[in-house]
Design a protein around this ligand. Structure first.
Ligand code: NDP
Length: 285
């Protein structure tokens, strides 16, 4: 069965649109900062802005040249930290090599860190503390499981990839002693031995490798759930993922497509985090 992330995200977005309509006073505001002219980053920011418009969340975009000094970028972040009408700040990654990604992410007020990358929010996530923000892609995957009625409780979840934005946080979320979590998580990476056997052992296999069609049919246990996080643009401009979908889909019990699987959920969770931040700001005011 194909997990329709686009449809699930659309339903969530509809609910959020109604919630935003009902909000008294100002609407939630998400401030984007885009450095340089990376075309993939431009596409992502455009898609996220479009989703904001559809939901009634207001947004702004500051575009800076790739030569911008780190201090100037930090100053722009601080302005947005101080602005009480801004609920979320998103600095699109990657940044040019002369800028420290850590310095930038740490400078964002954790209360406006809707990407969930600030160490304070990462710490809260690991502790299972719910007042912080969870990173959008892993949170989107968790919600996909819930909405598709796929239980991860007690299941062997194998995540291939240990990045700070997907693999590690997904492991931290799914291992929590909480409803819809309680998974037995294994993380594999480029140094893992016996990768095929590890993957074959998974009830739920998550591919966050960044290599096109890396997960082959032989790596998947028949009946397993397969989640494909990867995004790759082909020469004909179409998108594909980290999983060899055509061969794997017939043996998987559930599988996410690319496009239309995890991607739309990532954007929906960004909106959800922005709404959460706005509600937090209102309750503090
Ligand atoms: P990274 O490149 O940061 O991480 C890739 C991970 O895969 C690393 O941990 C790496 O291991 C591991 N890996 C690489 N090669 C192998 C191998 N041969 N065997 C086993 N493990 C391997 O990628 P991201 O996590 O940022 O992204 C992964 C994919 O997901 C990309 O295609 C990206 O575009 C996509 N993505 C999609 C999103 C969405 O919304 N759908 C959001 C974010 C990312 P090691 O650590 O040892 O190097």
């Amino acid at each position: 069965m194909i997990i329709d992330g686009k449809k699930i995200a659309a339903t969530l977005t509809q609910d959020m649109t109604l919630a935003v309509q009902k909000m008294q006073g100002r609407k939630p505001h998400l401030a984007f900062i885009l450095v340089g002219d990376n075309s993939a980053s431009q596409t992502y920011v455009r898609a996220k802005k479009k989703a904001c418009v559809a939901t009634g969340i207001t947004s702004s975009l500051l575009e800076l040249p790739s030569t911008i000094a780190q201090d100037v970028l930090l100053m722009e972040i601080e302005k947005r930290n101080q602005d009480p009408t801004i609920d979320g700040i998103l600095v699109q990654l990657p940044l040019p090599s002369h800028i420290s990604e850590a310095a930038i992410l740490y400078a964002i007020d954790p209360a406006k860190d809707v990407d969930g990358f600030h160490p304070l929010n990462v710490g809260k996530m690991l502790l299972g503390e719910e007042s912080g923000f969870l990173p959008c892609t892993p949170l989107g995957i968790k919600v996909l499981f819930e909405k598709s009625k796929i239980s991860v409780e007690g299941k062997r979840v194998v995540i291939v990839g240990r990045s700070n934005i997907v693999g590690k946080p997904l492991a931290a979320i799914l291992m929590q002693k909480k409803p819809h979590c309680n998974a037995t998580v294994t993380i594999a990476h480029s140094q893992s031995e016996h990768l095929i056997e590890i993957c074959q052992n998974a009830d739920i296999l998550v591919a966050a490798v960044g290599q096109r069609h890396f997960i082959k049919k032989e790596m998947v246990r028949p009946g397993a759930v397969v989640i494909d996080v990867g995004i790759h643009r082909l020469p004909d401009k179409s998108l594909t993922g980290d999983v060899d979908f055509a061969k794997v889909a017939p043996i998987a019990s559930h599988i996410t497509p690319v496009p239309g699987g995890v991607g739309p959920m990532t954007i929906a969770m960004l909106l959800q985090n922005t709404l959460k931040s706005c509600k937090n700001q209102f309750s503090l005011a």
